[in-house]
Design a protein around this ligand. Structure first.
Ligand code: GBH
Length: 457
């Protein structure tokens, strides 16, 4: 393939970098409320200021340009555009994203826009129960159309949702993410409304005649069978269907994976024939946010490896799958295993299941906990991580023939890492949260060179 068709990029999310939480008419969102609730976030951190990207976006565009990427994935803050979630539009919010988009395009960088990266307008949560209610899917479609109308003359690459698995499982199953609910039923309901919201937005995008593509960014940690046994192979396959398939099968095939219906029964909502038609074929491309890999087995692991039973979230019992890891695998400061070959296998799994639908790695990266800029900039661990994961991606692309169209490193600069606050740093650039100074790390330069090398091939 012509390598120039491949997008090397970098990713961020509005709530993690923008700050300016009360500026220029922005409404509150569920993460504003969650992070201001004592005990929810490490060190009581909030994203009130974060990287102050809302005011410093010009400097950040320069850093993106110098990195040498051709794509920048960022998200729009719903409550900056529609402070109450629906109805009144905040022109200052539109103006901000116009400045950002125009700034990127002036540098030849293609914007890849995520409409929803977890920051639901608080009003929709308090008055409508958020994603538990289908009316939020309708509100999302309204918001998406405001964005298509405002930016669709210049933005051609859209993603509706980031990691709906996290909204469902971490937000409504385990209660560790906003809105902090714990249930074995709600994740499936929430997922259902997120799928329908995607369908409504994709329909509006296509009927509106906008140029470009609309997709979704789903996350998945890879599951490798612990042994060659048929049982473990089935466990790994089912685990991937429960993870990536849950949020992707409906958009490609119009329904959830059969194994989910079998295991979850009536707690898994059903699509009407009309809804199924709405969803089927509603993604022009797939996104994959990928961070780690585990072994999967049918039976619990005792001596074979390290138990990692939490990785599947609250939905673990529905899957009847046990997770484990090789104790020799290195870990990041988040405790996530570094297993580069998992990305190649994951991409091949997607290629096969979804018949070669274009896929972008919309996130991949790692945390290195170090708050001292002098040492943090020497992040050879991260440089090595990116080198090894992208080498596997290139093998998937060039040797296995996977239709992978791009790679977005998570993330441009250290930022508000959700429940871990500012303690976990994922950035290619060090951010000093007191002075807002940005200092490129070794990984920034390594990624820059890696891109140059690939383009020269
Ligand atoms: C992404 O989520 C988010 O999109 C992004 O906003 C965030 O900043 C970034 O990653 C870093 O966290 O505990 O070993 O079982 C990451 C999704 C899902 C990846 C759960 C790791 C569990 C690993 N994560 N998965 S483990």
């Amino acid at each position: 393939m012509n390598q120039k068709d491949f997008t090397w990029g970098v990713a961020t999310a509005a709530h993690q970098i923008e700050g300016a939480w009360l500026a220029d008419g922005k409404g509150l969102n569920i993460w504003d409320a969650f992070s201001h609730t004592p005990g929810k976030i490490t060190n009581g951190d909030t994203a009130d200021v974060a990287c102050d990207h809302y005011h410093r976006y010009q400097e950040d565009i320069e850093l993106i340009e110098q990195l040498g990427v051709s794509g920048y994935r960022f998200s729009i803050s719903w409550s900056r555009i529609l402070p109450q979630g629906r109805g009144e539009v905040n022109q200052a919010g539109i103006d901000f994203y116009n400045r950002l988009i125009d700034g990127l395009l002036a540098k030849g960088i293609t914007p890849f826009v995520t409409l929803y990266h977890w920051d639901l307008p608080l009003t929709l949560q308090l008055e409508d129960d958020g994603w538990l209610n289908y009316s939020t899917a309708e509100a999302f479609a309204e918001y998406a159309q405001v964005c298509f109308r405002a930016f669709g003359d210049r933005v051609t690459q859209w993603m509706t949702f980031n990691e709906s698995w996290c909204t469902a499982v971490l937000g409504h199953g385990m209660g560790v993410f906003a809105p902090g609910r714990s249930s074995v039923t709600e994740p499936y309901l929430v997922a259902h409304n997120l799928m329908l919201a995607h369908g409504l937005a994709a329909k509006a995008f296509r009927e509106g005649g906008y140029a470009g593509q609309i997709g979704i960014a789903n996350n998945c940690d890879f599951r490798e069978p612990l042994t060659d046994s048929a049982e473990d192979q089935a466990a790994a396959q089912e685990a991937l269907e429960f993870f990536y398939g849950w949020f992707t099968d409906p958009l490609v095939f119009g329904d959830y994976p059969a194994i989910m219906r079998e295991r979850v029964g009536d707690r898994l909502p059903r699509f009407t024939a009309e809804q199924s038609d709405l969803l089927k074929g509603s993604a022009d491309f797939l996104g994959l946010n990928h961070y780690t890999t585990h072994y999967a087995s049918r039976r619990p692991v005792d001596e074979n490896g390290v138990a990692a039973e939490n990785g599947n979230g609250g939905m673990d019992t529905d899957q009847c799958v046990h997770l484990s890891a090789d104790p020799k695998w290195p870990t990041t400061s988040m405790g996530w295993y570094v297993v580069p070959w998992g990305l190649r296998k994951m991409l091949n799994w997607i290629e096969q299941r979804y018949n070669g639908l274009p896929v972008y790695v919309t996130e991949n990266g790692c945390s290195v906990a170090d708050n001292d800029p002098a040492s943090a900039v020497g992040d050879h661990f991260r440089a090595d991580f990116i080198e090894r994961y992208t080498a596997e991606l290139k093998q998937a692309r060039d040797e296995d023939g996977v239709n992978v169209k791009g790679y977005f490193c998570w993330t441009l600069m250290d930022n508000f890492e959700w429940t871990r606050g500012y303690d976990m740093r994922f950035g290619l650039i060090f951010c000093d949260f007191n002075t807002q100074e940005r200092i490129p790390k070794a990984s920034y330069h390594a990624y820059q060179k890696l891109i140059e090398r690939d383009l020269a091939q």
